[in-house]
Design a protein around this ligand. Sequence first.
Ligand SMILES: NC(=O)c1ccc[n+]([C@@H]2O[C@H](COP(=O)([O-])OP(=O)(O)OC[C@H]3O[C@@H](n4cnc5c(N)ncnc54)[C@H](OP(=O)(O)O)[C@@H]3O)[C@@H](O)[C@H]2O)c1
Length: 253
Amino acid sequence: MNLIGKIALVTGSSRGIGKAIAVEFARRGADVVVNYRRTPEGAEEAVKQIEALGRRAIAVSANMASPEEIEQLFAVIGREFGGLDILVCNAAAGLQTKLADAPLKAWDLAMNVNARSYLLCAQRAFPMMTARGGGRIMALTANNAVERAFPNYGTVAASKAVINVLTVYLAAEFGPHNIIVNAISPGMVATEALAYFEFGAEARRRGEARTPSGRITTTDDVAHLAAFLASDEAHQINGQIIEIDGGYTRLFH
Ligand SMILES: NC(=O)c1ccc[n+]([C@@H]2O[C@H](COP(=O)([O-])OP(=O)(O)OC[C@H]3O[C@@H](n4cnc5c(N)ncnc54)[C@H](OP(=O)(O)O)[C@@H]3O)[C@@H](O)[C@H]2O)c1
């Protein structure tokens, strides 16, 4: 219960990793703003689970591709909660395409939803966090696919590379204000996103067969890491891209 009294926003927390993080934060005492775009029933389910843990939660629809909707989301947080301590930029979208054929909308979707929203949310979180003496920001990246070519993932991987760079610079700029910024890079996690990728089933099979720790990463594994990074104990971990993959990326392929 080390997040008591904290207010957290988790973007894209209507399912998958984001939902697990939102519920884990609540389990440790935080009130949570559940953001979603297309799955209100998933967001409502997350809210119910958080409320069952005795914490406060609201579901707010906001498309991370829209600067106006991000602005409105933070206005709701200010009005309803009066501040923000923890921001998790987890929402992600992308189109599977080869770079040679990639339409402009594939680039714009990945860059706007995944990368630009991180900057915009961090900019809006900054004054709210400094007003409360500091805060925690983290984003979900996919370092495995930034450093190696995952089939048809080029535009999304480029947006994740931007997330990695923003993490370094936000950590340097926000650190003196006691706002700690990191990125979490999970290995294969069996969510809807993995099922959506053509190569997802094969990636999962390889992960299950080869991961040194004996299994692929779960949403709860990632949520536990996020909760630790949100805690006071993690203050000195700043500007890092933290891999959580059971050692998979340490293998020679
Ligand atoms: N799964 C993996 O193996 C894996 C590996 C490495 C990194 N990651 C990263 O971890 C994060 C979560 O992945 P996941 O597997 O849990 O994904 P997921 O199951 O596809 O869930 C994505 C979440 O993002 C939300 N979302 C999508 N587009 C949005 C938009 N435009 N505005 C606001 N919310 C939006 C979705 O909400 P709605 O349904 O309501 O639209 C959903 O809650 C992503 O950043 C992903 O890149 C995942």
